[in-house]
Design a protein around this ligand. Structure first.
Ligand code: ADP
Ligand code: MG
Length: 380
């Protein structure tokens, strides 16, 4: 939908801010440009907006070379949101949102309806806020107005340059959520500039990583995370996140550390009580040195219960499978699956019990890395 072809931008002082950029932003998608300060993100946005002109190459929107489109015409079809909001201070909120609809000579009723609809969409009650002035709103509220003002006349293209960067982290997250939700319905072509990787991962269909006026890598968040092209991309993703995704965790990282254990010398009635109290249906048996001996299940205990001479050591069964602490999660998962195990004990070289990997601990571990929902916050 938006296409930059061999675009170079040399500013009048001779500085080359963009070097031969080729970029495509698909219709209905959010393309996120990310990179360090000065890499050329805003320059790219201004080129799409025809606020500046490329020194080489061409910019197309819907297949049309924009240098041949009347710039005023063009900008009516493009919503533009910038970091420092830029609401008109002497206009009310409603008047601010109505700027482009008024330029397009929309009927007052249609404009009013649209204002109310958009304000509700971003959680601002029109009755309360319509006639206020920008300075009577919080930063987050003003930014929301900036966003809906850009959307008011339903432009097919929306450019958002660090639109959420000036906000506190909570408002920023809220607006990201709202944008993702909104986009599900409006399906605009959005180009979003940020220098926060979290923001990019959360909202992007495509991430474009830029450095020194060039594109270093582009791809879906999934592709970028799994196959960072080089150290620059890796550093941008962040060491910690990368480790979690690229290094397969080990049994030691995933295991439950304090499984319920008992000793061979214990009685069966005692064992039942313990299972009941700890809400488990088997106990792991270790000796005084914490070396793994086996397990007893509730079924075995019940079967032998009448025989008062029996102790745990008499009825325990050996584990068919154990793993070391460094076993990879993939290996452990396969073992659990193939052998239909409820869990696998993790033991060290001296056969001492370190923990167990259960299906539950796998799920818990994965949900820490890949939190549910889009918030990026680990669900409690
Ligand atoms: P970003 O938005 O990625 O931080 P910009 O696109 O604003 O970066 O700027 C890219 C580079 O071009 C920067 O080094 C900046 O200093 C330079 N630059 C931006 N505008 C001008 C200008 N009008 N004249 C000269 N250099 C400029
Ligand atoms: Mg910028």
């Amino acid at each position: 939908m938006i296409k930059l072809e061999n675009v170079e931008k040399k500013y009048s002082d001779g500085y080359v801010a963009l070097k031969n950029i080729n970029l495509e932003c698909k219709e209905g998608e959010i393309t996120v440009l990310i990179g360090p300060s000065g890499c050329g993100k805003s320059t790219t946005m201004k080129l799409i907006n025809r606020l500046i002109h490329p020194t080489k190459g061409k910019v197309y929107i819907n297949g049309k070379d924009i240098s041949e489109v009347n710039p005023v015409e063009l900008r009516r079809k493009i919503g533009y949101v910038i970091q420092h909001i830029g609401l008109f201070p002497h206009m009310t909120i409603a008047e601010n949102v109505a700027v482009v609809p008024n330029l397009l000579n929309w009927e007052k009723e249609k404009t009013d309806r649209r204002i109310n609809e958009l304000m509700k969409l971003v959680g601002l009650d029109p009755q309360t806020y319509r006639n206020r002035y920008p300075k009577e709103l919080s930063g987050g509220q003003q930014q929301r107005i900036g966003v809906i003002r850009a959307m008011a006349a339903e432009p097919p293209v929306i450019l958002m340059d660090e639109a959420f960067s000036a906000l506190d982290p909570i408002s920023r997250e809220q607006l990201q959520d709202e944008l993702v939700e909104l986009q599900k319905n409006i399906k605009k072509t959005i180009v979003f500039v940020t220098h926060y990787m979290d923001e990019a991962l959360k909202i992007a269909d495509k991430i474009v990583l830029m450095k020194d006026g060039e594109i270093v890598q582009e791809g879906s968040p999934e592709e970028i995370l799994r196959h960072p092209a080089n150290d620059f991309v890796k550093s941008f993703i962040g060491e910690k996140r990368l480790n979690l995704i690229q290094d397969i965790p080990t049994a030691a990282e995933v295991m439950k550390k304090k499984p319920v254990t008992t000793y061979p010398t214990r009685g069966l009635a005692e064992s039942i009580k313990m299972m009941e109290r700890r809400q488990v249906d088997s106990l792991i048996v270790v000796n005084q040195d914490n070396q793994l001996q086996g397990y007893i299940s509730i079924y075995d205990v019940i079967r032998h219960f009448r025989d008062e001479t029996k102790r745990v050591g008499d009825i325990l069964e050996r584990f068919s499978h154990t793993v070391g602490p460094d076993a990879l999660l993939t290996e452990v998962t396969r073992m659990i699956d193939e052998n239909k195990l409820a869990y696998v004990p993790v033991v060290n070289e001296e056969e001492k019990l370190l923990g167990i990997v259960t299906r539950g601990s796998l799920v818990g571990f994965l949900s820490d890395i890949y939190p549910s929902g889009d918030s990026g916050v680990v669900q409690q």
